[in-house]
Design a binder for this molecule. Structure first.
Ligand SMILES: *Cc1c(COP(=O)(O)O)cnc(C)c1O
Length: 464
């Protein structure tokens, strides 16, 4: 399997090189040359596998010989044995029509661990195998940073710098990142919002000379390895639910920010998993909801919400979908992305809008609806949703047809977002791992929103 860029000027890249490249050298995003289509027999066989065995099947297709089967087994074992639940991503029933897929049993209590435990181990493996320097640079709205740091802290041959928006992440997210004292970790708290952080990173990665000189590696969901790791739980959850409800129409509702997680669902569907609807849930930063409903991808005003990990205007994975929407016309994608950069908007034709609405349903959840959903679900079922998952549940309620079953992705543990849970007037008890964070010293550097300031700090780390 080779990888190519959505903008058409990079092609024939193997899996490991695609992981190392992150953002494609022409500014586009990497995609696999073929998406395999599974037969019913494949699906039937996969439905009997446990999480790790299923991950091995799926990864093998896309890794395609770049990692030996034995090494892949070892990487998967290392990555998922750190999870607190033996099922890795268990499915819980809230009612006959509503399930949650719990993705928060990894070390940092958010779904990012599923991809980043794997990517951290993969980088370590690549560093050993290829003697390659790994200097990770990433931006985070909170969860990616904590998870990526946890994935590589203390690992030889790897350094990591994470930018987060200063004082715009939750207290627990900040502590998870900044209480790590390993010398290979640098936290930069940028005076700005997440989009500012992401923009800085994108600029640095787009400067191919700088990127090559400093061996910059990406952990953001522009990295295809992350998308790949996230397709596994769609299959896994689908099989669990389908086993209990033969012939049911099964939807997934996905709390979305960067379009990464929902793109993984889209990929699973294109591989032949018979997902009925993919429901895209946003918060008040609803650029993607407006795109699905109106066909215009247009920057709105940045808002702080109760679900900060989804406080994103520019969805960095959107370009991957745009490529498929335009039937693989890379020149058109390039033109549209240039237009978006210049004018802050893209509009698509009515035929394409019909396709978008076949692929996705969407709902933007207001702050009040988010808190109301947390309260109501807690009252009626006793289950405590985190505010991101609550957006997913609210969207599921809006779009589930009668007789359909909707699996909502539970993307974080509520303890990570106690500020919002308190606003819903619910008291929660923290897991011991989270309580322990409050006593540890913090390590972070506050910097201005400027490329020069960021460069100065990362160069120091990467040359250490
Ligand atoms: C990152 C994140 C999301 C959004 O995921 P995307 O892949 O960016 O769409 C949703 N919920 C939580 C808790 C997150 O950390």
């Amino acid at each position: 399997m080779k990888y190519f860029s959505t903008r058409g000027n990079v092609a024939g890249v193997g899996f490991i090189d695609a992981v190392l490249m992150g953002l494609a050298d022409d500014g586009g995003l990497l995609l696999p040359e073929q998406i395999p289509h599974l037969t019913e027999a494949d699906l039937a066989r996969w439905s009997k596998l446990d999480y790790k065995a299923l991950a091995h099947e799926i990864f093998s297709i896309y890794v395609d010989g770049d990692i030996s089967p034995e090494d892949l087994t070892e990487l998967i074992e290392q990555s998922y044995s750190t999870f607190r639940d033996p099922a890795v991503t268990p499915v819980r029933k809230l009612s006959d029509e509503a399930y949650v897929l719990e993705l928060f049993h990894g070390p940092t209590f958010a779904f990012k661990d599923i991809a980043l435990q794997f990517l951290g181990n993969l980088y370590s493996y690549i560093s050993r195998k290829r003697n390659s320097i790994i200097n990770i640079l990433g931006a985070t709205s909170g969860d990616t940073g904590a998870s990526a740091i946890e994935g590589v802290r203390g690992k030889e041959g790897i350094r990591i710098c994470i930018l987060h928006p200063h004082q715009k992440v939750s207290r627990v997210q900040e502590l998870q990142m900044t209480t790590v004292d390993d010398a290979n970790v640098l936290n930069l708290a940028v005076k700005g919002n997440f989009d500012d952080c992401q923009q800085l990173i994108k600029e640095l990665f787009a400067d191919v000379e700088f990127k090559t000189k400093h061996h910059l590696r990406a952990i953001n969901s522009i990295n295809f390895a992350r998308i790949l790791a996230q397709t596994v739980y769609y299959f896994y959850a689908y099989f669990q639910v389908a086993a209990q409800h033969a012939d049911a129409k099964i939807n997934f509702s996905v709390p979305t920010g960067n379009f990464g997680d929902i793109f993984a669902g889209y990929l699973a569907k294109r591989m032949g998993l018979p997902i009925h609807k993919l429901i895209l849930a946003t918060n008040e930063n609803n650029i993607l909801e407006r795109f699905v409903k109106e066909g215009a991808y247009q920057l709105g005003e940045f808002r702080m919400t109760h679900s900060p990990s989804m406080d994103i205007q520019i969805a960095s994975n959107f370009e991957r979908y745009l490529f498929y929407l335009h039937n693989g016309d890379a020149a058109q994608v390039e033109r549209l992305m240039r237009q978006f950069k210049a004018e802050g908007q893209i509009t698509i034709g009515s035929e394409q809008l019909t396709q978008v609405q076949t692929d996705f349903a969407a709902h933007g959840v207001s702050n009040d609806e988010c808190l109301g959903t947390i309260r109501q679900t807690h009252e009626t079922t006793g289950y405590l949703l985190d505010p991101h998952t609550a957006c997913g549940i609210a969207a599921a309620k809006t779009h589930s047809g009668s007789g359909e079953i909707t699996v909502t992705l539970a993307t974080a543990h509520p303890a990570k977002f106690d500020e919002s849970i308190q606003l819903a007037q619910i008291e929660q008890t923290f897991p011991a791992e989270i309580s322990a964070l409050f006593d540890k010293p913090q390590h972070q550097t506050i910097v201005d929103h400027s490329k020069e300031a960021v460069v100065e700090h990362i160069v120091k780390l990467y040359q250490a």
